[in-house]
Design a protein around this ligand. Structure first.
Ligand code: PLP
Length: 406
């Protein structure tokens, strides 16, 4: 059956100032098509080389390296804070968003029976971390359902109305993982503050994807990965804390920085390879120099629109089922499409489907949310429209055939 023609124009592929395709900036394998930037990011080649040079420097005179390291981490931290629009004195570096969440959960003095409130869009590993923290005090996690298509007001109400006397922390995602949508974290944090409940914003996907990720930040704690949309070496993340709570935060590795104030105490992490932190500013600068962050974000959004159009069109014309999804508050560089009925109805099913599609030569994220399977598409500057065309032509018929077998 023919696929419907896309109505969204394919954006012109991005080139660097020398005229080379943007993809030449990365060394991603040509054996597969990379449509899942969101999960693990991708590091530009020159930044990987810079990080390798840093490691060589560390290995050549370790004494000099480790003596100077806290100062260099502090300088990288200031650079990253400026990129995010956060005050340097509020920003600590941690290895990843998961570590940032652990730092916050360790710092909280949860009363017996405390509840941690999160939404049914929360990242699975964060949900589990919250469960462990609550269990230690005989408490539990409570889940506030937020409809997939909820607009900002409805989403805010869904979270805030679920707060009760036992709520000791609210964790809310700025950009959700399984459902690729924004949540109104600014409004939610204001309402929580009014009720005296601290808020942790899981902003794992925000740095690089959003121009001003902290623009309306009113949360006590915010953590965002630089190694996703910022293309920094893994793992590098920023934890931004309000003045009210910052002094209670300590790094997961308790080292010689312990007597230092927040966030300087996070700059000293014992004998460990922190080359990723030092190299992260290079990625942020490189994208600006080669493509310009604003232009890059515009391209990602246009390409994501195209990808959604062409792939939803392919699914719909083969199944007659609607593949486009209203996510209420869409994000610039990811799109959520409904998979044909019967596929990825559980997380295990989603993983199995992802692996089958990977075997066809496509890296994707398949998610399962409220028993429905979704394809989450990412678009970064190194992606081009032809890759999504190929997915529509090669992978979609295969996926539809799998659905017919279920
Ligand atoms: C919303 C969200 N939170 C947390 C994480 C965890 O990030 P990391 O594995 O870098 O700790 C992710 C990763 O994809 C995520 O999407």
């Amino acid at each position: 059956m023919p696929t419907r023609a896309p109505s969204t124009a394919a954006p012109t592929p991005v080139r660097d100032p020398s005229g080379a395709p943007a993809a030449d900036t990365w060394t991603l394998s040509s054996r597969t098509v990379h449509l899942n930037h969101g999960s693990f990011g991708a590091v530009p080649t020159v930044v990987s080389e810079y990080q390798s040079a840093l490691v060589a420097e560390m290995n050549s005179i370790p004494g000099d390296w480790f003596t100077a390291l806290p100062g260099r981490v502090g300088a990288a931290r200031a650079h990253i804070a400026a990129f995010l629009g956060a005050p340097t004195e509020a920003t600590a570096l941690v290895p990843n968003a998961s570590a940032g969440v652990s730092v916050v959960l360790n710092a909280l003095d949860l009363p017996a029976g405390a509840e941690i409130l999160l939404t049914d869009h929360a990242y699975g590993a964060v949900h589990m971390a919250a469960e462990r923290a609550a269990r230690r005090v005989g408490g539990r996690v409570r889940v506030a359902p937020v409809e997939l298509d909820a607009a900002a007001d409805d989403a805010t109400r869904a979270v805030v109305d679920a707060i009760d006397d036992r709520t000791a922390l609210v964790i809310v995602d700025q950009i959700t993982s399984a459902t690729a949508r924004l949540l109104p974290v600014g409004a939610i944090a204001i309402e929580c503050r009014r009720r005296g409940v601290p808020v942790l914003v899981d902003a794992a996907h925000a740095p690089g994807m959003l121009a001003r990720p902290l623009e309306d930040n009113a949360a006590d704690y915010w953590v965002g990965n630089l190694h996703k949309w910022g293309c920094a070496p893994r793992g590098t993340a920023a934890l931004v804390a309000s003045e009210r709570v910052a002094d209670g935060l300590h790094p997961l590795i308790d080292s010689w920085g312990a007597p230092d104030p927040y966030p300087v105490r996070f700059d000293t992490q014992g004998t460990i390879d922190l080359s990723s932190y030092l190299a992260a500013p290079r990625s942020l600068d490189l994208i600006e120099e080669l493509f310009g962050w604003d232009a890059a974000r515009r391209y990602m959004g246009d390409l994501a629109d195209y990808a959604e159009d062409v792939i939803a069109g392919a699914i719909e014309s083969l199944t007659g089922e609607r593949a486009t999804v209203d996510v209420g508050m869409p994000v610039p560089a990811m799109r959520l499409l409904a998979l044909p009925a019967g596929l990825a109805t559980t997380p295990a099913g989603a993983h199995e489907l992802r692996d089958r599609v990977a075997a066809l030569g496509f890296q994707t994220a398949m998610t399962s949310w409220r028993g429905t399977g979704y394809l989450r598409l990412s678009a970064h500057v190194y992606n081009v429209a032809a890759e999504y065309d190929r997915f529509a032509q090669v992978a979609v018929p295969h996926i539809v055939a799998l659905a017919r077998e279920t």
